[in-house]
Design a protein around this ligand. Structure first.
Ligand code: ZN
Length: 304
């Protein structure tokens, strides 16, 4: 049996978050529905940030209310603090993704709290979680490099991972928020994190800001990681690199993995259509390579 890699679609959240063109709630719902039809089983759909700070993330409650709970479909809400957690529970998300920044400078700028304060907030959130509340994943952001502090020490990342693992969270992710990792660094961080994680599953989140995204994903899979984030159309910018591309494209990742014999749950043709459609709504050309080149072998070329 071939190995299955789980791809968490983050387009409706991370993909859109830094885009200036605002999606209407109906457009986001259409994007979510099309992605689920294309095979997305877990998807980050909303962020419980203050919409005054991130206008694109307005309407989180309305989006969740419009999504009927469906077996086998998990809709994830991003949570930055206790207020976000309360909203996430009230909105009945299937999962909460709690973000903890690895550096103070990024944390204060992004979330108004130091790294240590965010670790404490994570513990508080896990502490108030009741049975039936959404399971909690923890994502360590800027785990491979920070736009303000530069290199991020492995020891600090491991410390946060250990704190999350000690709280017995459902999953821990390492995020290359600004797209500065290289594949060898990915392997070293994965191996270091594993030392303190016990049996908590590990997920990886890469941005393709400097064209290392897919190589980093490859390194993660080679290191044994089975869960990766990706964004359809390669949507998602980097607020600290204005002209950079976004997350690794879901269709590019699906292509690479399935070409090599791994299983994903996605339909490549549908993903390409969704990526091109969403990029078009944003007034841009798709950032994904598959969106431009198409798959291979392509069905269109099959001669009957
Ligand atoms: Zn991201």
């Amino acid at each position: 049996m071939s190995r299955r890699i789980e791809i968490v679609e983050v387009g409706p959240r991370d993909g859109l978050q830094n885009e200036k063109t605002l999606f209407e709630i109906d457009q986001k719902l259409e994007m979510i529905a099309r992605l689920e039809a294309a095979g997305a089983r877990r998807m980050e759909v909303v962020s419980f940030v203050n919409p005054k700070r991130v206008p694109q993330m307005a309407g989180a409650e309305e989006i969740m209310a419009a999504l009927p709970h469906t077996a086998g479909r998990s809709r994830i809400g991003l949570v930055l603090n206790m207020r976000g957690w309360d909203r996430c529970v009230a909105a009945r998300c299937d999962e909460a993704n709690v973000v903890v920044c690895a550096t103070d400078a990024f944390g204060i700028r992004n979330q108004g709290a130091s790294s240590a304060e965010q670790v404490a907030a994570m513990a508080d959130i896990v502490g108030v979680r009741k049975p039936g509340d959404p399971p909690i994943s923890v994502t360590v952001s800027v785990a491979f490099g920070c736009p303000f502090e530069g290199e991020v020490p492995e020891a600090r990342v491991v410390e946060i991972v250990k704190a999350a693992a000690d709280l017995k969270v459902a999953e821990i992710a390492l995020a290359d928020t600004i797209g500065v990792a290289d594949p060898w660094l990915v392997r070293r961080r994965v191996e270091a994190a594993r030392q303190v994680m016990g049996d908590v599953p590990l997920r990886l989140h890469f941005h393709d800001t400097r064209n290392t995204g897919l190589a980093n994903a490859f390194a993660g899979v080679e290191a044994g990681v089975d869960v990766l984030d990706a964004s359809v159309g390669g949507l998602g910018g980097c607020p600290f690199a204005p002209n950079a591309t976004g997350n690794i494209g879901t269709e590019d990742l699906v292509y690479m993995l399935e070409r090599a014999g791994f299983e994903t749950t996605y339909d490549l043709g549908q993903l390409i259509e969704i990526g091109n459609w969403a990029s078009g709504l944003l007034g841009k050309r798709t950032a994904s390579s598959l969106g431009r080149a198409g798959g291979f072998p392509s069905e269109a070329r099959v001669v009957a």
